[in-house]
Ligand binder design. Structure first.
Ligand code: ATP
Length: 284
């Protein structure tokens, strides 16, 4: 882990006051402001019909780091993740207020094409979901759709290599992706997500359906991916968040982001008593 890196981080002082005037009033405790933020969430609210799932989320997500989103069931982790590449657009009753910037551009502006955005901000889901196609075609699919398939063989090999699965499948690229083990399928899905060369990879509990060995491979891979990509991962597994992430955001019931800071700080010395109670298993 590289918890601090070269980022400029400002935190609340012991009285809870913020030294940095640029923070909004409802910034979460800890709340590092980073010079190299690739995603900036400002007062983001998300509603499903009349129900508000997220309240005023403020967060700066640093580039080339792993940011973990943790918190009890229903606190809005997946909703926040899906807001980042506008997957919530696909839910009829979902509505977003506030701003969410990707490299300074508000992704909810009218001129943003969600499909193009999702090429830059890819997603890996909880359950491995390869297409019923060959291993090769799974990875090549996005490249072909974009007409970026001039050197498709090389790009597929590179993506499989980056997803740490090439060695296991290079002799069977024509076999169905569905014939792989669950862990291999998930790494295939990661290869599919990185083939179009995104900048950010969103992962929604990518190892929760896998056995411990496959989980450990995914965890190693997530850390490696952060060298090339910005990774944002939802996990229920606090040990996993502590092992693999640089930053941790703790959401608590009702859809509030309570604390966001270096992972070591969150797990060793959180600012909020509620976060401490959650981390130590007093509720969850
Ligand atoms: N498609 C939807 N339609 C209506 N309400 C939804 C929808 N998706 C989520 N919600 C509601 O929004 C709130 C936040 O859900 P979300 O799935 O984001 O939480 P979560 O923290 O990811 O939960 P979990 O850890 O159980 O996956 C919950 O009250 C949930 O019932």
């Amino acid at each position: 882990m590289t918890a601090n890196g070269s980022q400029t981080v400002s935190t609340a002082d012991s009285s809870g006051a913020r030294s940095d005037a640029a923070m909004t009033d409802n910034a979460p405790l800890g709340s590092p402001r980073v010079d190299d933020a690739v995603i900036e969430s400002r007062d983001l609210d998300v509603f499903y019909g009349d129900d508000q799932a997220l309240h005023g989320i403020n967060m700066d997500i640093p580039e080339h780091k792993v940011t973990a989103l943790i918190g009890p069931s229903g606190c809005g982790k997946s909703t926040f993740l899906r807001s980042i590449n506008r997957m919530n657009d696909l839910i009829d009753i979902a509505r977003v207020d506030g701003d969410l910037y990707f490299h300074g551009k508000n992704i909810y502006d009218d001129d943003v094409d969600p499909v193009a955005l999702r090429r830059k901000i890819g997603m890996v889901f909880q359950k491995p979901n390869p297409f019923p196609k060959s291993i090769f075609d799974n990875v090549a699919y996005g490249l072909r759709v974009q007409g970026k398939d001039d050197d498709v063989e090389e790009q597929v090999h590179t993506a499989l290599e980056r997803a740490a699965i090439l060695d296991e499948v290079e002799d069977q690229l024509d076999s169905s992706g569905l014939d792989l083990s669950g862990g291999q399928q998930q790494r295939l899905c990661i290869a599919r997500a990185i083939a179009p060369d995104p900048e950010v990879i969103l992962m929604d509990e990518p190892a929760s359906a896998l056995d411990p060995v496959a989980t450990s491979k995914i965890e190693d891979l997530v850390e490696e991916l952060a060298e090339e990509y910005t990774v944002i991962i939802v996990t229920h597994n606090m040990q996993q968040a502590a092992r693999i992430s640089d930053k941790t955001a703790v959401f608590l019931t009702g859809g509030h982001l309570v604390e966001f800071d270096d992972t070591s700080k969150i797990f060793e010395n959180p600012e909020s008593d509620r976060v401490e109670d959650y981390i130590t298993g007093k509720f969850g």
